[in-house]
Design a protein around this ligand. Sequence first.
Ligand code: SAH
Ligand code: SF4
Ligand code: F3S
Length: 446
Amino acid sequence: MTAGKTYHIEIWGCQMNVADAAAAARRLESLGYTEVPDPADADLVLLETCCVREKPEHKVYSRLGELRRFKEARPGMKLGVCGCMAEKEGRTILRHAPFVDLVIGPRRLARLPEILAELAESDEPLVETGVDGEPEPEDAQDFSRYTRAGEIKAFVNIIEGCNYRCAYCIVPAVRGAFSSRAPDAVADEVRRLVDAGVREVTLLGQSVLAYGRDRGKAFDIVTLFAQLQEIEGLARIRFTTNHPLEVTDRIIDAVAAMPKVMEHFHMPIQAGEDSLLTAMKRGYTVARYAELLGRIRARIPGVSVTSDVIVGFPGETDAIFETCLETYARLRFDQQFMFVYSPRPGTPAATRPDQVPPAVRVARMQRLVELQNAISTAITAAAAGQTFDVLVEGPSERDPARYAGRARNDKAMVFTAEQGPRRGELVRVVAEQGHLWGCSGRLAAR
Ligand code: SAH
Ligand code: SF4
Ligand code: F3S
């Protein structure tokens, strides 16, 4: 028996990894492990890793170097690498970090209990990777166990993998093919989370609006929204990421009409010029994206639209970059997550001869950040005087005398209140001032 053992998980990737870490924790707790906040006290330390760009990979290797010292001080401690970089690097991780005991790709995580049992039998490191074969089993374990007391928001993975082949992206190679979880399994997980105190769930997938596509026409994201809306105690449903090709009128109308579905689309444009979009294999033009954005904004009052964008993709000349900036200035995203292009091994874009020199990529990034910051700040400033429904998350980290939460459209709100609202409560907040990060304001008179 493993009862009495302790574990610690660190997350170095996106929300997918947050959901995977919760799944790993669930499995460990069913084996009798308990979580500890300090890796130095853990019998098992797992890193959930990312490989979408090069930098996070370097960070993981240097973190492994630090964790090695804890391992030396605590005989018997096992150190594991999970997540996307585990899939990409496989055995290579053992070459760089021979003290690592286990390497598990995202599509193999369900095998964690067996892997730990095998590890207990031998001192040899174990590597379990591969993206083919069975999707994660929909196990009916107690999902609520991982949700810490007081947690009000949770991520729920509803799709594994991705069937797009964007020319820069390594995600399909490390997460495998698109596969939807059954709606009942999703609803079951959400119900358990709500029972444990969760008020808001974010449904996750690389192209989340394509949910159900692989399972015939029996269900789709809209029928899932409808099913989840029925769950009593659940206040808010969010969903990400949205590929522009998947956004239909049916979905837009559902987001507009369904009270528990939040008015926010994270819909990455990736580039603001057509030759780049074609080379990226995104499947839409700037004009088509702009038309879609216009439709979303026209039909959903108060909606916010955020985006991801890559700077310095191969073939991006000075003139093309200027066109991109003009596009972003015109489309006015509420916020953009801006990434410097990072060539990923095995992706078609990585071997193109027309790479943009790194210094140019970085210089362009600075201009883009300036532009987007000005737009974001102008948008939040324009919200001053308006009243928002806010889900209270607790005292603000910036200023513990104030409270923090998010509006329906995902804008961060920090506000004053004479009588402290409870975590998880829905309140009305009047925005008084816009900032880059969101709005500050005060609790509205009830
Ligand atoms: N499935 C999501 C994106 C997942 S990856 C979607 O299609 O929208 C998150 C973001 O990382 C991407 O939107 C993209 O902007 C960025 N990204 C992916 N590969 C990259 C690379 N090689 N270099 C820089 N940024 C990259
Ligand atoms: Fe990557 Fe494109 Fe799939 Fe997103 S849609 S995960 S960017 S291949
Ligand atoms: Fe997420 Fe990074 Fe994997 S962005 S899907 S953890 S490669």
